[in-house]
Design a protein around this ligand. Sequence first.
Ligand SMILES: [Zn+2]
Length: 326
Amino acid sequence: MPNEQTKEYFVGVDLGGTKILAGVFDSKLELKGTTKLSTKSERGPDKVIERIARCVQDALDECDLALAQVRGIGVGTPGTVDAESGRVIFSPNLSGWKDVPLKKELEKQLDAPVFVGNDANICTLGVFEHEFKGKPLHLAGIFIGTGIGGGLVINGSLYFGHNHTAGEIGHTIIDVNGPKCGCGNRGCLEALASRTAIFKKIQSGVKDGQKTLLTDMLGPDLADMRSGDLRKAIRRGDKFVQKTVEEAAEYAGIGVANLINLLNPEIVVLGGGVIEALSDEMMPIIIKTAKEHSLPGTSKGVEIVASKLGDLAGITGGAVLARRSL
Ligand SMILES: [Zn+2]
C-alpha cells in the first residue's frame, strides 16, 4: 500500500454548467492526464457531486494511479463559495445549488482533502502560479466565456473580499443604459462582452435582416453557435460579425481600464473560451482601448496578455489551490 510519501499527486477539477474536467498533476504541477464528464446539472447537487467524484477517479485511472496516491484535490466551481468551509453558497449556473457542502461531501466520497473556490478565482490562481511562476505581486484575471468572471491576486495572494465574492469584474457596470444582465443590473461588462452577449447581438441583428455568413454555416436559427464559428466567419470576411466582436472587445478593454485604474496590477491576463477562440481579433482592441482609457501613467509597464493555458486554467488552478492549502 502507498504510504504518506507516495501521496505526491494533486487533482484539479473544473466544475462547469455543462461539463466537469478533472486533471491529475504531479508535485511539480506537471499535467499527467485529464478526464471529462458531462455535469448533468438538472439532476441536482447530490448527483453532480457523485459525478465529480467519478470524474476524479476516472482521471486517476487513466494515469494508472489510485486515490491513495493523491495528496489533495482542488475544485473550481461557478458562483459564490465560502472557501473556508468549502460550501457553495449560491451558483446560478448549477440548478438547485444553494448552500451545498461540496468539500465535506467530496471528502466523504474520495477520502482525500478537498479545497473549493470560485471558478474564475481558481483560473486566476492557476495562471498566476503556472504561467507567471507566482512572480507578479499584483495580477488580475478576466475570463470571458458564457459569462465573465475574474480573480485578483494582491500582494501575491488571491484576494477574496469580505464575503468571498471579490473579483466579479463581469458585474462592474459599464453602461447604465445598457442591456439587462443576468444579475438584474443593466450594462454590466458581462451583458456587453460575454459570449452570451455577443450571440444575442448577432441573433437580434439577423432578425433585423442583417446578412451574415453564420446563417449559411449554421442555419437561420444559428443553432449551436460557438465562438469558433465567429472566428471562421470573420476570417471569411463577415463584416457584421467582425463589428460585433470588435464592439465586445472595446467593452472588455474598458473593463480592463477600470481594473488598471482601480488596482494598478502588473499584469492583466485574459482567458476563457471567447478569448481562446478570438484572441487575434480581440486582444489588440482590448489592449488599445484599455490604454486609451486608463489614467496617465497608470498603465505604464502594465502587461495585458492572453493566457496560454486555455481550458486547462481551471484544473491547473485547482491543483495549485490544493498544493497551496496543504
Ligand atoms: Zn451583472
